[in-house]
Design a protein around this ligand. Structure first.
Ligand SMILES: Nc1nc2c(ncn2[C@@H]2O[C@H](COP(=O)(O)OP(=O)(O)O)[C@@H](O)[C@H]2O)c(=O)[nH]1
Ligand SMILES: [Mg+2]
Length: 444
């Protein structure tokens, strides 16, 4: 996420390293570089100037604390300035009403339908009973898309293929929700390729009629300043409650995330970082600022991990590691769990320092595919006692999995390292996840 912005900011701040203290003269070029980095990331130049002026004021006004180097101090100042720019505190998502209603708005392709399903999945895990409602009446495929996503998650989807009035569909869906004791209704709507009077009227009418707890404007972060302009246009008419930025896993430069709040005066509430249903996080300005500055976001990482790891599994795993019983069966289970956590590249980038270190490795589920097919070709006995896998067994496993003996050897070597490392860090269950990609790199 925002790789080049991160790199440029880090470079700008690095130039202060070795300076004994902050003076107006020695920060001048750093400030200029920071401003340039922001503008390059598609932040509006006025916003960029505001931010860097604030940083400069702060820097000069800060009494030099001897234990903090100018580089460290500056990192902190930039982090605070970016956090403020993005709204400071995390904005609340208020799900009031019975059922609570979330209405999604945005242009076509922004990611509304995908988001509807992701939100349903997100709140289902928080013990809500969601209902997805297909109100995109212009594209028949849209209702099918939603139905498919809902089926994959075992979440009910309300559709009325014959009905052409989105208000009628929504009203009927809400009635059904009431009858069935459903507590969250998520309404997916139609978007157009560009801002359009009719679309705007329709979505405004829906908002007025349904009085949703949350009206969320969904926008593709890759659109940069255009995303900000579109948000402004929607907000003027619709007065939405919050923004959801999608496709932050793509090559978005950061402009939308950094400027939307200050330009539109509405908070970003969620961010979407991939096509998997898990790739959705609440938006925390401070965590985002920390990621932008290359410091990772361990808290969000742990939150994702907590969604797939339950306490009982954790306890069993720790027990096994402690008693040297971690085996290939466990490794296969771990891989499944990691995959469930979501977009691997995004997950890794949440861990401080790891994102850069793994830049040249294609981080996707394929990375684990070899491991999985090789383990699948082993007998249960072999999986539980990797020590018995001798040369002839290795050859058989290679043949069975369609891999080379070398690849089988490599997997066993990786397993060995992972098992050792896990023993070392077993007190902290999540460190293990953090280290797996690094180990995979080492043994390549
Ligand atoms: N990479 C990536 N793709 C996404 C994300 N959100 C949605 N998409 C994809 O973007 C395309 C359009 O999404 P869709 O939900 O149909 O947009 P809608 O027209 O607003 O309903 C689909 O191919 C989605 O899979 C995201 O966060 N990351
Ligand atoms: Mg759609």
């Amino acid at each position: 996420m925002f790789e080049s912005l991160s790199k440029n900011l880090e470079k700008a701040i690095k130039s202060l390293k070795g300076q004994g203290r902050i003076t107006e003269i020695n920060i001048a070029s750093t400030i200029k570089e920071i401003r340039r980095s922001l503008v390059q990331a598609d932040v509006h130049y006025k916003v960029a100037k505001q931010v860097t002026d604030a940083i400069k004021q702060q820097a000069i006004g800060t009494n030099v604390i001897t234990s903090v180097s100018p580089g460290q101090l500056f990192t902190k100042l930039v982090q605070d300035a970016l956090t403020d720019l993005m709204g400071g505190l995390q904005a609340e998502v208020r799900l009031t009403g019975h059922p609570a209603i979330i209405l999604l708005a945005g242009l076509q392709g922004a990611g509304k339908t995908t988001l509807a399903a992701k939100l349903a999945h997100y709140y289902q895990k928080k013990n809500k009973i969601p209902l997805l409602v297909a109100c995109d009446v212009y594209r028949p495929a849209a209702a099918d898309q939603l139905a498919k996503l809902g089926a994959g998650l075992s979440i009910s989807v309300y559709t009325e293929p014959e009905e052409k009035n989105p208000h009628t569909i929504a009203k009927n869906a809400i009635q059904e929700a009431k009858n069935k004791g459903i507590d969250l209704v998520i309404i997916d709507t139609a978007g157009r390729l560009s801002i359009d009077e009719k679309m705007m009227q329709e979505i405004c009418m829906l908002k007025q009629a349904l009085k949703p707890a949350e009206t969320l404007f969904v926008v593709d972060a890759m659109a940069g300043q255009d995303a900000v302009t579109t948000a402004q246009a929607f907000n003027e008419q619709l007065n939405f409650d919050g923004v959801v930025l999608t496709k932050l896993d793509g090559d978005a430069r950061g402009g939308a995330a950094l400027s939307i709040r200050s330009v539109v005066a509405k908070p970003i509430k969620f961010i979407s970082t991939g096509e998997k249903m898990q790739d959705l996080d609440l938006f925390h300005p401070d965590r985002m600022a920390s990621r932008i500055l290359g410091m990772g976001d361990v808290i969000s990482f742990v939150e994702r991990a907590e969604q797939v790891y339950n306490v009982e599994q954790q306890r069993k795993l720790h027990q096994k590691i402690k008693s040297n019983q971690f085996n290939l069966e466990d490794l296969a289970k771990q891989i499944e769990q990691i995959k469930k956590m979501g977009n691997l590249k995004e997950m890794v980038s949440m861990l401080p320092g790891l994102g850069n270190a793994l830049q040249d490795i294609p981080l996707n589920d394929d990375l684990f595919k070899n491991c999985q097919v090789i383990i699948a070709s082993m007998t249960p006995k072999e999986r539980r006692n990797p020590d018995i896998i001798d040369r002839s067994r290795r050859e058989r496993i290679a043949q069975g999995s369609g891999k080379t003996t070398q690849e089988v050897n490599q997997l066993l070597k990786q397993f060995d390292m992972i098992a050792k490392m896990m023993k070392k860090v077993h007190k902290d269950g999540f460190n293990m996840l953090a280290n797996i990609p690094r180990l995979l790199k080492k043994t390549r």
